[in-house]
Write a protein that binds this ligand. Structure first.
Ligand code: BGC
Length: 747
């Protein structure tokens, strides 16, 4: 309220044009690198008070120059706010968000977000376009990389942890920034995994799967939200008032700022909702307060504010007063946001260089730890961990790679600061290791061009592939173990990088096939931006670690695991499909009348042409270097009624010889209900550190709310229902290998 009052004191004195200027969110472009006197198109707009905020500033000096110009240029001295895409770290690049999700460690996730906030704030930023909390169940979609994975409960926990990390208790504090939950909503449910495509689904699924993380992010206090490019159930999100003004604001109590995603307002025209005027009015009506990059608010609103709109073909008829009210509403939210991040008190608070940049070493150590915790050990026949005396050969296109290790959406990262896998491993072994490139990442030159769209990260070796393989075999000749570093380029994933076939590219599979024929133990490290169907070439290796793209210290974190300096604890936040065409898929599918028996059976759900024995890996899966055994879950009462709470516990034993950070996962199922429910769903998890030989008792509380489901004849009339009777609790190390206890929960 106090922020809104502060904002209102400006609003009441502003002209309509000044208000419209506040709704304009622009990319900095070249910024004002030469100081506040610079004469660029951006500078002239600042003089005219036509910009409310800028993203993509390149330096503190440029931001300061822009702010001086904006404050001077606006009659009332209203400052800009500065935003940036800080998706998995800022200067210090951490593992991809989907990788961090695999740590299941909320303290770690909060810590990485806080570190990124400290770096961002020290460069004058007020807002970050993160966290991205689109539940993603289609490995073809490139933006899985930025996502929290496939599960809404885990995504909700991550949303809250990241918001806490960015904002703390107050985003105006010197080491904090405002979070921006994105992309609202169901962007991850895009048809066929094609980026920017639309999504249609039952409202129950929308509520259960895609809206849930937003509810959790709002509860955690997120100061802003970004609309998604897609339509949901036929209504483009930039025009979706039922979801933005309705569900998000009225339903969840979100009182922050809503920004468009890039030219999302303009794109309403291509979506088919009408011309520019109609697009602008629909977006404002829906509750999109700021227009990013497109400048349609800026150009269309002055006229609309004078004349209103009467567009029968778009179904719009608003008088000038109504348009003015919409402008006021949006502008008040922009100014309230500025008040909330402290800018109306002091526009230069973080522009004078007084906010300390956090120590680089601290960030790099955190990045290395995060990379080790994000990687998932999928398979190990005992070859791992290697001893320091091992004599490995390093083979594959990612052995000496820097740029791809950063991963997609690392806009402020510097690939030159990445340490390669070779450097990391040679540091540990203390000697030079034999290496070979082995294979191109992909063998289609046109694809190489597409992958190099943001600068060259993929080199193409035009030697005969057999010669490259021969060189790799040569490197392996005197080694006692072969480590193959394979996977995807950074631009294989990310925005506008949907893949038809999410598998390991052909030349790399050929390389693995040849390496496996040497008979030497083969360790495969997969560096990727999405969950890949690995195929037999990877699965038949002696050990496999799914490393994702781990950021500046990704290779070091992985090397620590390989040589046993860290113990693997990562658990998949997305199912790894057995076959690339088995998409979309996830662990919480609804029960069918003809359940999948696990191998092909006629007249049961499944695939005719999927060979039996093709291996995928279930959600939540991951191995350690120790042996963990689970007892059977014990409930404090097998029958309960009403609103009570149930306690369940399980004994988890470390029977191996190393400490293990174990993620104990709790799933629920409702075998008898009025509707078909998911075969199981994740309801809680706990991480415990278990010493060798020790047993930990891990307890959970089950509430009735955890058993309920949405029934939604419409969004406004959605209710949570539950069916008394039998429920099951499944506890274990992943979504498949659980032990079950049943109970009765009565009315
Ligand atoms: C992306 C957003 C991003 C924005 C600004 C868009 O293309 O979808 O996630 O925040 O660009 O860079």
């Amino acid at each position: 309220m106090q922020h809104e009052a502060q904002a209102r004191s400006y609003l009441d004195r502003m002209t309509t044009i000044e208000k419209i200027g506040q709704l304009n969110l622009l990319a900095a472009g070249e910024g004002l690198a030469t100081g506040a006197g610079a004469e660029t198109p951006l500078a002239r707009r600042l003089d005219d008070g036509m910009i409310g905020a800028v993203f993509g500033i390149k330096s503190l000096a440029s931001a300061k120059a822009m702010q001086e110009r904006a404050v001077r240029g606006s009659r009332l001295g209203i400052p800009l706010f500065f935003a940036e895409d800080v998706i998995h770290g800022h200067r210090t690049v951490f593992p991809l968000p989907v990788a961090l999700a695999c740590s299941w460690d909320m303290d770690l996730i909060e810590e990485t977000a806080h570190f990124a906030a400290r770096e961002a704030a020290s460069e004058g930023l007020n807002q970050v376009f993160a966290p991205m909390i689109d539940v993603s169940r289609d490995p073809r979609w490139g933006r899985v990389a930025e996502s929290p994975g496939e599960d809404p409960f885990l995504a909700g926990r991550i949303a809250a942890a990241t918001v806490r990390g960015f904002q703390g208790t107050d985003p105006s504090e010197q080491d904090r920034v405002a979070a921006c939950l994105k992309h609202f909503v169901a962007y991850g449910a895009t048809q066929s995994g094609r980026d920017y495509d639309n999504a249609s689904m039952a409202l129950e699924d929308l509520l259960t799967v895609h809206l849930r993380p937003f509810a959790d992010g709002v509860t955690a206090g997120a100061a802003s939200v970004m609309a998604a490019f897609n339509a949901v159930n036929k209504v483009p999100m930039h025009a979706n008032g039922d979801l933005i003004e309705g569900w998000l604001r009225s339903g969840q109590g979100f009182d922050g700022l809503m920004v468009s995603d890039y030219t999302g307002v303009m794109e309403l025209t291509a979506h088919g909702i009408g011309n520019r005027d109609a697009a602008v009015i629909r977006a404002l009506l829906a509750g999109v307060d700021m227009d990013m990059v497109g400048e349609d608010y800026l150009h269309a609103l002055p006229q609309l504010a004078e004349n209103g709109i009467d567009a029968a073909d778009s179904g719009l008829s608003l008088g000038a007063d109504e348009v003015l009210d919409l402008i006021d509403r949006a502008c008040l939210r922009v100014l309230t946001f500025k008040a909330r991040v402290g800018l109306l008190d002091d526009p230069f608070a973080r522009l004078g260089g007084s906010v300390a940049t956090p120590p680089r070493d601290e960030g790099l150590a955190l990045a290395q730890k995060a990379a080790a915790q994000s990687a998932v050990l999928l398979h190990n026949n005992g070859v791992l961990p290697l001893s320091g005396e091992a004599n490995p050969a390093l083979v594959g296109p990612f052995v000496a790679d820097r740029a791809n290790m950063l991963g997609t959406w690392a806009v402020s990262g510097d690939a030159r600061e990445v340490r390669t896998l070779q450097e990391a491993m040679e540091d540990i072994t203390g000697r030079a290791l034999p290496t070979a490139f082995g294979a191109n990442i992909v063998d289609e030159p046109w694809l190489v061009d597409r992958l190099n769209v943001h600068g060259q990260t993929v080199s193409f070796d035009d030697r005969d592939p057999d010669d490259m393989i021969a060189e790799a075999l040569d490197a392996a000749r005197d080694a006692d173990v072969v480590i193959a570093a394979v996977g995807e380029a950074k631009e294989h994933a990310g925005e506008s990088s949907s893949r038809l076939v999410p598998d390991l590219p052909f030349p790399q599979r050929e390389l693995l096939r040849a390496l496996s024929r040497t008979g030497k133990p083969l360790i495969v490290l997969v560096f990727a931006g999405r969950p890949l169907a690995l195929g037999p070439e990877v699965n038949d290796a002696d050990a496999v670690i799914y490393c994702w793209h781990g950021g500046l210290r990704g290779p070091d974190g992985v090397a620590d695991l390989v040589f046993g300096r860290s113990n693997p604890s990562g658990r998949l936040a997305t199912t790894l499909p057995a076959h690339p065409a088995q998409t979309p898929l996830h662990h919480s599918e609804e029960a069918t009348g003809r359940p999948d028996p696990g191998r092909f059976q006629k007249f049961r759900t499944g695939w005719l042409d999927l060979p039996d024995g093709f291996r995928g890996y279930p959600f939540g899966f991951g191995l350690g270097y120790s042996e963990i055994e689970y007892g059977t879950p014990v409930v404090n009462s097998a029958q309960i009624s009403g609103d009570g709470q149930l306690q369940v516990h399980v004994e988890v034993m470390n029977t191996g010889s190393r400490e293990q950070l174990e993620t104990v996962q709790l799933y629920l199922s409702d075998p008898v209900a009025w509707i078909t429910r998911p075969a199981r769903w994740l309801a809680d998890f706990r991480q415990v550190r278990i010493a060798p030989g020790a047993t930990e008792r891990v307890a959970f509380t089950i509430t009735r709310g955890m058993l309920s489901y949405w029934v939604a004849p419409s969004l406004a009339n959605a209710t949570l229902e539950w069916d008394p009777g039998e429920f099951q609790i499944h506890i274990g190390p992943n979504s498949r290998d659980t032990k079950t206890v049943s109970l009765q929960w009565l009315e």
